[in-house]
Write a protein that binds this ligand. Structure first.
Ligand code: PHE
Length: 340
Protein backbone atom coordinates (compact mmCIF):
# COMPACT_ATOMS: atom_id res chain seq x y z
CA UNK A 1 0.00 0.00 0.00
CA UNK A 2 2.78 2.36 0.94
CA UNK A 3 4.45 1.60 -2.37
CA UNK A 4 1.21 2.49 -4.15
CA UNK A 5 1.07 5.81 -2.33
CA UNK A 6 4.65 6.49 -3.28
CA UNK A 7 4.02 5.68 -6.92
CA UNK A 8 0.92 7.87 -6.94
CA UNK A 9 2.85 10.70 -5.29
CA UNK A 10 5.42 10.53 -8.08
CA UNK A 11 2.63 10.54 -10.64
CA UNK A 12 1.09 13.59 -8.97
CA UNK A 13 4.44 15.36 -9.02
CA UNK A 14 5.05 14.72 -12.67
CA UNK A 15 1.49 15.57 -13.73
CA UNK A 16 1.28 18.79 -11.76
CA UNK A 17 4.45 20.03 -13.43
CA UNK A 18 2.68 20.15 -16.74
CA UNK A 19 -0.50 21.93 -15.54
CA UNK A 20 -0.52 25.42 -17.06
CA UNK A 21 -4.17 26.14 -17.74
CA UNK A 22 -7.46 25.97 -15.93
CA UNK A 23 -8.56 23.12 -18.16
CA UNK A 24 -5.44 21.10 -17.30
CA UNK A 25 -5.99 21.87 -13.62
CA UNK A 26 -9.51 20.57 -13.81
CA UNK A 27 -8.27 17.38 -15.53
CA UNK A 28 -5.73 17.00 -12.70
CA UNK A 29 -8.50 17.26 -10.15
CA UNK A 30 -10.57 14.67 -12.02
CA UNK A 31 -7.62 12.31 -12.21
CA UNK A 32 -6.56 12.44 -8.57
CA UNK A 33 -9.03 14.18 -6.28
CA UNK A 34 -12.52 13.47 -7.61
CA UNK A 35 -14.76 10.67 -6.34
CA UNK A 36 -13.59 8.60 -9.29
CA UNK A 37 -9.97 9.69 -8.89
CA UNK A 38 -6.87 7.66 -7.92
CA UNK A 39 -6.80 8.78 -4.28
CA UNK A 40 -10.37 7.61 -3.77
CA UNK A 41 -9.29 4.31 -5.34
CA UNK A 42 -6.62 4.03 -2.66
CA UNK A 43 -9.29 4.56 0.00
CA UNK A 44 -11.33 1.79 -1.53
CA UNK A 45 -8.26 -0.48 -1.34
CA UNK A 46 -8.16 -0.02 2.47
CA UNK A 47 -10.61 -2.90 2.80
CA UNK A 48 -7.93 -5.39 1.80
CA UNK A 49 -5.43 -4.05 4.37
CA UNK A 50 -5.11 -5.95 7.63
CA UNK A 51 -6.98 -4.59 10.63
CA UNK A 52 -3.78 -3.65 12.52
CA UNK A 53 -2.32 -1.72 9.62
CA UNK A 54 -5.57 -0.05 8.57
CA UNK A 55 -5.45 3.01 10.92
CA UNK A 56 -1.85 3.82 9.96
CA UNK A 57 -2.40 3.35 6.24
CA UNK A 58 -5.73 5.22 6.43
CA UNK A 59 -3.92 8.11 8.09
CA UNK A 60 -1.21 8.02 5.42
CA UNK A 61 -3.78 8.14 2.63
CA UNK A 62 -5.57 11.01 4.34
CA UNK A 63 -2.35 12.96 4.73
CA UNK A 64 -1.50 12.25 1.13
CA UNK A 65 -4.94 13.48 0.05
CA UNK A 66 -4.53 16.70 2.06
CA UNK A 67 -1.13 17.20 0.56
CA UNK A 68 -2.44 16.83 -3.01
CA UNK A 69 -5.40 19.04 -2.18
CA UNK A 70 -3.08 21.77 -0.89
CA UNK A 71 -1.03 21.54 -4.09
CA UNK A 72 -4.18 21.77 -6.12
CA UNK A 73 -5.40 24.86 -4.21
CA UNK A 74 -2.04 26.59 -4.49
CA UNK A 75 -1.87 25.97 -8.20
CA UNK A 76 -5.46 27.16 -8.70
CA UNK A 77 -4.63 30.43 -6.92
CA UNK A 78 -1.49 30.86 -9.00
CA UNK A 79 -3.30 30.27 -12.29
CA UNK A 80 -5.98 32.79 -11.25
CA UNK A 81 -3.30 35.34 -10.55
CA UNK A 82 -1.53 34.72 -13.86
CA UNK A 83 -4.77 35.07 -15.76
CA UNK A 84 -5.55 38.38 -14.07
CA UNK A 85 -2.05 39.61 -14.81
CA UNK A 86 -2.29 38.77 -18.50
CA UNK A 87 -5.77 40.29 -18.74
CA UNK A 88 -4.49 43.49 -17.14
CA UNK A 89 -1.65 43.56 -19.60
CA UNK A 90 -3.84 43.07 -22.65
CA UNK A 91 -6.39 45.61 -21.48
CA UNK A 92 -3.88 48.25 -20.60
CA UNK A 93 -4.72 51.73 -21.86
CA UNK A 94 -2.24 54.39 -22.68
CA UNK A 95 -3.66 57.40 -20.94
CA UNK A 96 -1.12 59.66 -22.61
CA UNK A 97 -2.66 59.08 -26.07
CA UNK A 98 -4.62 62.07 -27.42
CA UNK A 99 -8.36 61.57 -27.00
CA UNK A 100 -11.01 61.54 -29.72
CA UNK A 101 -12.05 65.04 -30.69
CA UNK A 102 -15.55 65.87 -29.53
CA UNK A 103 -16.99 68.57 -31.71
CA UNK A 104 -18.56 71.40 -29.82
CA UNK A 105 -21.92 72.85 -30.82
CA UNK A 106 -22.44 76.54 -31.39
CA UNK A 107 -25.27 79.02 -31.57
CA UNK A 108 -27.20 79.37 -34.81
CA UNK A 109 -26.54 82.63 -36.69
CA UNK A 110 -30.20 83.62 -36.19
CA UNK A 111 -29.83 83.14 -32.44
CA UNK A 112 -26.54 85.05 -32.43
CA UNK A 113 -28.15 87.92 -34.32
CA UNK A 114 -31.32 87.92 -32.21
CA UNK A 115 -29.26 87.96 -28.99
CA UNK A 116 -27.11 90.77 -30.32
CA UNK A 117 -30.15 92.83 -31.32
CA UNK A 118 -31.88 92.21 -27.99
CA UNK A 119 -28.68 93.16 -26.16
CA UNK A 120 -28.50 96.50 -27.95
CA UNK A 121 -32.08 97.40 -27.01
CA UNK A 122 -31.85 95.93 -23.50
CA UNK A 123 -29.02 98.37 -22.96
CA UNK A 124 -31.55 101.14 -23.71
CA UNK A 125 -33.95 99.80 -21.08
CA UNK A 126 -36.23 97.55 -23.13
CA UNK A 127 -37.83 94.49 -21.53
CA UNK A 128 -38.44 91.27 -23.46
CA UNK A 129 -41.90 89.82 -24.00
CA UNK A 130 -42.82 86.75 -26.06
CA UNK A 131 -46.27 86.21 -27.51
CA UNK A 132 -47.92 83.12 -29.05
CA UNK A 133 -47.09 81.97 -32.59
CA UNK A 134 -50.67 80.86 -33.16
CA UNK A 135 -52.73 84.02 -32.98
CA UNK A 136 -56.28 85.10 -33.50
CA UNK A 137 -57.43 87.45 -36.20
CA UNK A 138 -58.24 90.03 -33.58
CA UNK A 139 -54.68 90.44 -32.27
CA UNK A 140 -52.90 89.88 -35.58
CA UNK A 141 -55.09 92.23 -37.64
CA UNK A 142 -58.28 93.80 -36.31
CA UNK A 143 -56.99 95.56 -33.19
CA UNK A 144 -53.93 96.63 -35.17
CA UNK A 145 -56.34 98.69 -37.26
CA UNK A 146 -56.54 96.17 -40.09
CA UNK A 147 -60.29 95.56 -40.42
CA UNK A 148 -61.70 92.48 -42.13
CA UNK A 149 -61.57 92.91 -45.92
CA UNK A 150 -59.04 95.71 -45.51
CA UNK A 151 -56.74 95.55 -48.55
CA UNK A 152 -53.71 95.75 -46.21
CA UNK A 153 -54.34 92.11 -45.27
CA UNK A 154 -53.06 91.21 -48.71
CA UNK A 155 -49.65 92.69 -47.76
CA UNK A 156 -49.07 89.58 -45.66
CA UNK A 157 -50.11 86.23 -47.15
CA UNK A 158 -51.56 84.43 -44.19
CA UNK A 159 -51.57 80.77 -43.11
CA UNK A 160 -54.92 80.06 -41.47
CA UNK A 161 -55.23 77.27 -38.90
CA UNK A 162 -59.01 77.63 -38.49
CA UNK A 163 -61.50 80.40 -38.98
CA UNK A 164 -60.04 83.51 -37.37
CA UNK A 165 -57.06 81.50 -36.04
CA UNK A 166 -53.76 81.89 -37.86
CA UNK A 167 -49.99 81.68 -37.66
CA UNK A 168 -48.98 85.22 -36.76
CA UNK A 169 -47.78 87.09 -39.84
CA UNK A 170 -45.72 89.52 -37.76
CA UNK A 171 -44.71 90.16 -34.15
CA UNK A 172 -46.98 93.23 -34.00
CA UNK A 173 -49.81 91.33 -32.20
CA UNK A 174 -47.28 91.32 -29.35
CA UNK A 175 -47.88 95.10 -29.12
CA UNK A 176 -51.57 94.49 -28.38
CA UNK A 177 -50.82 91.77 -25.83
CA UNK A 178 -48.33 93.98 -24.01
CA UNK A 179 -50.65 97.01 -23.97
CA UNK A 180 -53.47 94.77 -22.66
CA UNK A 181 -51.33 93.62 -19.77
CA UNK A 182 -49.34 96.73 -18.87
CA UNK A 183 -49.94 100.41 -18.35
CA UNK A 184 -47.59 103.03 -19.84
CA UNK A 185 -44.73 103.76 -19.62
CA UNK A 186 -44.04 100.74 -21.83
CA UNK A 187 -40.71 99.81 -23.40
CA UNK A 188 -40.71 96.26 -24.73
CA UNK A 189 -39.20 93.99 -27.35
CA UNK A 190 -41.10 91.07 -28.85
CA UNK A 191 -38.74 88.67 -30.64
CA UNK A 192 -40.12 85.58 -32.35
CA UNK A 193 -41.05 83.45 -35.31
CA UNK A 194 -43.54 84.71 -37.88
CA UNK A 195 -45.15 83.02 -40.87
CA UNK A 196 -46.12 84.10 -44.36
CA UNK A 197 -46.87 82.19 -47.53
CA UNK A 198 -43.85 83.53 -49.35
CA UNK A 199 -40.68 81.85 -50.55
CA UNK A 200 -37.66 82.91 -52.67
CA UNK A 201 -33.94 83.68 -52.20
CA UNK A 202 -34.67 86.34 -49.57
CA UNK A 203 -38.06 85.17 -48.22
CA UNK A 204 -38.94 82.07 -46.22
CA UNK A 205 -42.43 80.96 -45.08
CA UNK A 206 -41.09 81.07 -41.53
CA UNK A 207 -38.79 83.83 -40.41
CA UNK A 208 -38.02 85.92 -37.34
CA UNK A 209 -38.82 89.44 -36.35
CA UNK A 210 -37.96 91.71 -33.48
CA UNK A 211 -40.77 94.07 -32.58
CA UNK A 212 -40.17 97.16 -30.50
CA UNK A 213 -42.81 99.24 -28.72
CA UNK A 214 -42.46 102.35 -26.60
CA UNK A 215 -45.52 104.06 -25.13
CA UNK A 216 -45.11 107.11 -22.93
CA UNK A 217 -45.90 110.79 -22.80
CA UNK A 218 -44.64 112.87 -25.74
CA UNK A 219 -43.08 110.09 -27.81
CA UNK A 220 -42.19 111.38 -31.28
CA UNK A 221 -40.66 110.22 -34.54
CA UNK A 222 -37.37 111.76 -33.33
CA UNK A 223 -37.28 109.21 -30.51
CA UNK A 224 -37.73 106.45 -33.10
CA UNK A 225 -34.93 107.78 -35.26
CA UNK A 226 -32.65 108.22 -32.23
CA UNK A 227 -33.23 104.64 -31.08
CA UNK A 228 -32.76 103.13 -34.51
CA UNK A 229 -29.69 105.24 -35.20
CA UNK A 230 -28.06 103.80 -32.07
CA UNK A 231 -29.19 100.31 -33.07
CA UNK A 232 -27.69 100.31 -36.59
CA UNK A 233 -24.42 101.80 -35.32
CA UNK A 234 -24.10 98.98 -32.79
CA UNK A 235 -24.87 96.36 -35.45
CA UNK A 236 -23.10 97.69 -38.54
CA UNK A 237 -20.50 100.04 -37.09
CA UNK A 238 -20.24 103.66 -35.98
CA UNK A 239 -19.83 104.97 -39.51
CA UNK A 240 -23.38 104.22 -40.67
CA UNK A 241 -26.30 106.66 -40.80
CA UNK A 242 -30.07 106.16 -40.95
CA UNK A 243 -32.63 107.63 -43.29
CA UNK A 244 -36.39 107.57 -42.78
CA UNK A 245 -38.67 107.32 -45.81
CA UNK A 246 -42.44 107.71 -45.70
CA UNK A 247 -44.25 104.40 -45.90
CA UNK A 248 -47.55 102.81 -44.93
CA UNK A 249 -48.61 100.42 -42.20
CA UNK A 250 -52.21 100.43 -40.93
CA UNK A 251 -51.05 100.39 -37.29
CA UNK A 252 -48.67 103.36 -37.45
CA UNK A 253 -49.21 106.93 -38.55
CA UNK A 254 -46.94 108.32 -39.81
CA UNK A 255 -45.20 105.16 -40.99
CA UNK A 256 -41.60 104.95 -42.09
CA UNK A 257 -39.24 102.62 -43.85
CA UNK A 258 -35.75 102.87 -42.35
CA UNK A 259 -32.64 102.70 -44.51
CA UNK A 260 -29.07 102.42 -43.32
CA UNK A 261 -26.21 103.91 -45.32
CA UNK A 262 -24.35 101.13 -47.13
CA UNK A 263 -21.66 99.76 -44.81
CA UNK A 264 -20.05 97.97 -47.74
CA UNK A 265 -19.28 100.97 -49.98
CA UNK A 266 -19.84 103.78 -47.50
CA UNK A 267 -22.67 105.20 -49.61
CA UNK A 268 -20.94 105.44 -53.00
CA UNK A 269 -23.08 102.67 -54.49
CA UNK A 270 -22.24 98.98 -54.90
CA UNK A 271 -23.92 95.67 -55.64
CA UNK A 272 -25.07 95.22 -52.03
CA UNK A 273 -26.97 98.53 -52.01
CA UNK A 274 -27.85 98.13 -55.69
CA UNK A 275 -26.05 101.35 -56.50
CA UNK A 276 -28.25 103.49 -54.24
CA UNK A 277 -25.90 103.87 -51.26
CA UNK A 278 -28.76 102.87 -48.92
CA UNK A 279 -30.09 99.55 -47.63
CA UNK A 280 -33.61 99.11 -46.29
CA UNK A 281 -33.53 97.46 -42.87
CA UNK A 282 -36.85 97.85 -41.10
CA UNK A 283 -40.32 99.37 -40.80
CA UNK A 284 -41.75 101.45 -38.04
CA UNK A 285 -43.70 104.53 -37.09
CA UNK A 286 -45.81 106.29 -34.53
CA UNK A 287 -48.45 103.98 -33.05
CA UNK A 288 -51.82 104.77 -34.66
CA UNK A 289 -54.21 106.45 -32.18
CA UNK A 290 -56.81 103.79 -32.99
CA UNK A 291 -54.41 101.04 -31.85
CA UNK A 292 -53.86 102.86 -28.54
CA UNK A 293 -57.62 103.26 -28.15
CA UNK A 294 -58.15 99.57 -28.96
CA UNK A 295 -55.96 98.82 -25.94
CA UNK A 296 -57.61 101.32 -23.61
CA UNK A 297 -54.79 103.87 -23.74
CA UNK A 298 -55.77 107.51 -24.12
CA UNK A 299 -54.04 108.89 -27.25
CA UNK A 300 -54.48 112.44 -25.89
CA UNK A 301 -52.25 111.57 -22.95
CA UNK A 302 -49.88 109.03 -24.44
CA UNK A 303 -48.17 108.39 -27.73
CA UNK A 304 -46.05 105.51 -28.87
CA UNK A 305 -43.48 104.37 -31.36
CA UNK A 306 -43.17 100.91 -32.84
CA UNK A 307 -40.81 99.13 -35.16
CA UNK A 308 -40.41 95.67 -36.64
CA UNK A 309 -37.04 94.32 -37.77
CA UNK A 310 -36.50 91.16 -39.79
CA UNK A 311 -33.82 89.17 -37.96
CA UNK A 312 -32.86 87.14 -41.06
CA UNK A 313 -32.44 90.38 -43.00
CA UNK A 314 -30.01 91.75 -40.40
CA UNK A 315 -28.12 88.43 -40.20
CA UNK A 316 -27.84 88.20 -43.99
CA UNK A 317 -26.56 91.76 -44.28
CA UNK A 318 -24.18 91.46 -41.34
CA UNK A 319 -22.66 88.14 -42.42
CA UNK A 320 -22.96 88.55 -46.21
CA UNK A 321 -25.36 85.61 -46.65
CA UNK A 322 -27.00 85.75 -50.07
CA UNK A 323 -29.58 82.98 -49.76
CA UNK A 324 -32.02 82.76 -46.85
CA UNK A 325 -32.30 78.96 -47.37
CA UNK A 326 -28.78 78.53 -45.95
CA UNK A 327 -30.13 79.58 -42.57
CA UNK A 328 -32.54 76.64 -42.40
CA UNK A 329 -30.67 73.77 -44.10
CA UNK A 330 -28.57 72.92 -41.02
CA UNK A 331 -25.51 72.30 -43.18
CA UNK A 332 -22.65 72.06 -40.69
CA UNK A 333 -20.17 73.50 -43.20
CA UNK A 334 -22.24 76.68 -43.11
CA UNK A 335 -23.09 76.68 -39.40
CA UNK A 336 -19.51 76.04 -38.27
CA UNK A 337 -18.50 79.42 -39.67
CA UNK A 338 -20.37 81.11 -36.82
CA UNK A 339 -18.42 79.42 -34.03
CA UNK A 340 -16.75 81.90 -31.76
N1 PHE B 1 -45.32 94.48 -38.65
C1 PHE B 1 -44.70 95.14 -39.77
C2 PHE B 1 -44.29 94.09 -40.79
O1 PHE B 1 -44.20 92.93 -40.46
C3 PHE B 1 -43.49 95.92 -39.34
C4 PHE B 1 -43.82 97.04 -38.42
C5 PHE B 1 -43.80 96.86 -37.05
C6 PHE B 1 -44.15 98.30 -38.92
C7 PHE B 1 -44.12 97.91 -36.21
C8 PHE B 1 -44.47 99.33 -38.10
C9 PHE B 1 -44.44 99.15 -36.74
O2 PHE B 1 -44.05 94.39 -41.92
Amino acid sequence: MQAKIKALREQVESTIGSVHTKEELSAFWQQFLSKKGSIQDLMKGLGSVSAEERPTIGKLINEFKNEVNAKYEALAAKLEELELESRNKSEQVDITLPSKKISKGSLHPITITKDLMCDVFSGMGFEIYEGPEIEDDDHNFTRLNVAKNHPARDMQDTFYVAEDILLRTHTSPGQIRVMDSKKPPIKVLVPGRVFRSDSDATHSPMFHQLEGLVVDKKITLCDLQGLLDQFVKKIFGDGVKTRLRPSFFPFTEPSVEVDVSCFECGGKGCSLCKGTGWIEVLGGGIVHHKVLENCGIDPEEYSGLAFGIGIERIAMLKYGINNIGLLYENDLRFLKQFKD
